[in-house]
Design a protein around this ligand. Structure first.
Ligand SMILES: Nc1ncnc2c1ncn2[C@@H]1O[C@H](COP(=O)(O)OP(=O)(O)OP(=O)(O)O)[C@@H](O)[C@H]1O
Ligand SMILES: CC(C)(CO)[C@@H](O)C(=O)[O-]
Ligand code: BAL
Length: 282
């Protein structure tokens, strides 16, 4: 496996392997790899000549310093996991300085309102940080295809908008959510849960699927109340938000309309650990 810690070395290497018709697949991550990340890599390996994976815990997208400090960093184990997939993966694991060159701040973006709901509302500045790092990584890696998970559905829509607005020549590929055996969405933050919490966190997806059924015969507002009440019965989980939104605008809805795609989004605290999940309602 090729591992690069500096953009200069990565860019020089990519120049030696790129040909007129070759494709580069790119999987940006923050590390602490799990099966969800590995599935994105497998897809990239299958669909491209070369695959670059980045591991970088991006400080500018964290609004909560404790969340940043406690974010799991497991580079050695991550490398081992990637090796089980393919020795051909090109890993870019930069320092903060290599990316930000002494100026660790976000650019400000206008994502046509996609940034104002849910994760953007509850993590102020988050999507400016995501936009800044994703744009920078795209400029360094120059991917043909870039792979993002639907667990971060709002992020996926925002990255598509970023590409549309900046005219970067990259195709964004959304990939399905990988779940643990108990259906909890895989997440690097799951590593911070105790064994019991991890087991009990299955309730998040259970309530989401119940909400999906409930929504078929009830209004959006009634469905929101149904979910809020379900969490009141589960005191160890603190619901931050449950939103039913139009999948394309991400705006929450008051009424159902025909021919629209709707999706439910949820963020829940287990202790101080924040987990998100989402489900299509169609
Ligand atoms: N369970 C999953 N299934 C599919 N893709 C996923 C899953 N979890 C994360 N991803 C995707 O992997 C990429 C890197 O995500 P990231 O490194 O933030 O991992 P994460 O598990 O989402 O971490 P956390 O949930 O703690 O933020 C993103 O595109 C994300 O959507
Ligand atoms: C896309 C990303 C790697 C940018 O830091 C991050 O937001 C993530 O892991 O989803
Ligand atoms: N998975 C999105 C990255 C974050 O939580 O900051």
């Amino acid at each position: 496996m090729h591992i690069f810690y500096s953009k200069a070395a990565l860019i020089a290497y990519l120049k030696t392997i790129k040909t007129a018709n070759s494709t580069i697949g790119f999987v940006p991550t923050m590390g602490a790899l799990h099966q969800g990340h590995l599935a994105l890599m497998q897809r990239s390996l299958k669909e491209n000549n070369d695959t670059v994976v980045s591991i970088f815990v991006n400080p500018t997208q964290f609004n909560n310093p404790e969340d940043l400090a406690k974010y799991p960093r497991t580079l050695e184990e991550d490398v081992k996991k990637m090796r089980t997939l393919s020795d051909k993966i090109i890993l870019y694991a930069p320092s903060v300085d290599d990316i930000y060159e002494g100026n660790t701040v976000s650019q400000t973006f206008d994502f046509d309102g996609l940034e104002n709901q849910m994760e953007g509302k509850f993590r102020p500045g988050h999507f400016n940080g995501v936009g800044t790092i994703v744009k920078r990584l795209f400029e360094i890696v120059t991917p043909t295809n870039a792979y993002f998970g639907e667990k971060d559905f709002q992020q996926l829509q925002i990255v598509k908008k970023l590409v549309e607005k900046t005219h970067l020549p990259v195709n964004i590929v959304g990939c399905p959510i990988f779940r643990e055996e108990n259906q909890l969405a895989m997440s690097s933050r799951n590593e911070r849960l105790t064994a019991d919490e991890r087991k009990e966190a299955a309730i998040i997806y259970k309530i989401l699927t119940e909400a999906k059924d409930f929504f078929q015969n009830h209004s959006p507002q009634e469905t929101v109340e149904f979910v809020e009440n379900s969490f009141k019965d589960n005191q160890e989980f603190e619901l931050e938000y449950f939103v039913i939104a139009d999948e394309s605008t991400l705006l929450s809805i008051d009424q159902k309309e025909n021919d629209k795609n709707y999706r439910a989004f949820i963020a829940v605290f287990v202790n101080s650990i924040r987990l998100i999940d989402t489900i299509s309602l169609n």
